[in-house]
Design a protein around this ligand. Structure first.
Ligand code: SF4
Length: 334
């Protein structure tokens, strides 16, 4: 356990966590919605500090990041807990668990993680992922600082449900963000995820304004957030607020946790892909094999730049992030 970085004491007993927009008010021995922050004798502690349930070397495409060091690996770490309660969570065994219940947790110091990361092949850095890294914030920050000191990159894979001040302190140490934009209606975030759309939009804008690399993922849940009109509203907001060059991953849902609707159909994903392509240069379909919707094409001359099949990556028409044929800049990192 470690004392939490963001909380206020309300009185001698009560504390308020201000890490995420829930702003949980907790009495002694009470835990927050995330299940991993606890009031211990009038102070707030993070219970999952240095407790990891997954440490694995993944292709960076799996985060998903398609425009950040394509073809490289990234050491990926995750713990337990989440500050949202998505009924369809695809990772619920760890995200909806806690340190008392999870059988998978092992102790790792941030130095140990960096030692692993330094010795892995073709590895670009450390990704904070699997469960929601906001809820192991203090450990992320500490590890990310060590990573930078060792010349490694940091990737934050998140639901974006974080307050502006902790995000501001985190941003300098994170090189690339993969953020879920789960839907585009207030009701969807409230009813399906127990969160708030406006707070997520605010965090996305804050990351963009800080000049960080950001890619968005929209999980399309059958009959729930797959209305084309709402989807188009989201696409217009992305194009107008973040830029038409913003990378969007449209991801296939499978029945999981409390939600049993059928998996997203291939035809629905292809329709949404076409809608997104009206406004955005780089749209990909994830969690499904496709002929071409995982490839990267030059937005100017349409040359094939990266061919992808599952997590196999073939760099073709690109040099140092620019199209070889017309020299259009496509990504910041080759
Ligand atoms: S991080 Fe956890 S304890 Fe803190 S406000 Fe969010 S849900 Fe509540």
């Amino acid at each position: 356990m470690k004392k939490a970085a963001f909380f206020h004491k309300i009185d001698r007993k009560k504390v308020q966590c201000v890490l995420c927009p829930h702003k949980c008010v907790l009495l002694p021995d009470q835990k927050g919605i995330c299940q991993v922050r606890k009031n211990v004798k009038g102070d707030l502690f993070t219970e999952n500090y240095e407790r990891l349930c997954s440490v694995a070397l993944d292709p960076i495409e799996k985060k998903p990041l398609y425009h950040y060091f394509p073809g490289k690996n990234i050491l990926s770490i995750g713990s337990v807990g989440c500050n949202l309660k998505c009924k369809f969570c695809q990772n619920f065994e760890i995200s909806q668990s806690n340190v008392d219940e999870s059988p998978y947790l092992k102790s790792y110091t941030s130095e140990e993680v960096i030692q692993f990361a330094r010795h892995e092949q073709n590895n670009v850095g450390v990704a904070y992922t699997y469960n929601e890294p906001i809820v192991f914030y203090e450990y992320v920050l500490e590890t990310a600082k060590h990573a930078h000191e060792n010349g490694l990159k940091n990737v934050f894979v998140s639901n974006g449900y974080i307050n502006p001040e902790p995000l501001e302190k985190l941003i300098p140490f994170i090189d690339a963000f993969s953020i879920d934009l789960k839907g585009f209606t207030k009701a969807y975030y409230e009813e399906m995820c127990s969160g708030n759309l406006e707070d997520v939009k605010k965090a996305i804008l804050q990351i963009k304004e800080a000049g960080k690399h950001i890619e968005l993922t929209n999980l399309v849940v059958t009959d729930v957030n797959d209305q084309e009109s709402d989807f188009y509203e989201m696409i217009k907001w992305i194009a107008n607020s973040l830029g038409e060059e913003t990378v969007l991953h449209i991801s296939r849902y499978f029945p999981m946790f409390k939600f049993k609707n059928l998996p997203t159909s291939h035809s629905k994903l292809k329709i949404l892909f076409k809608i997104a392509k009206q406004e955005l240069d780089h749209v990909y379909i994830g969690n499904m094999r496709t002929d071409s919707e995982q490839n990267t094409y030059c937005p100017n001359c349409d040359s094939l730049l990266i061919k992808r099949s599952a997590y196999e990556v073939e760099l073709m028409g690109m040099d140092q992030g620019s199209c070889i044929k017309c020299n259009t800049r496509v990504m910041n990192y080759a």
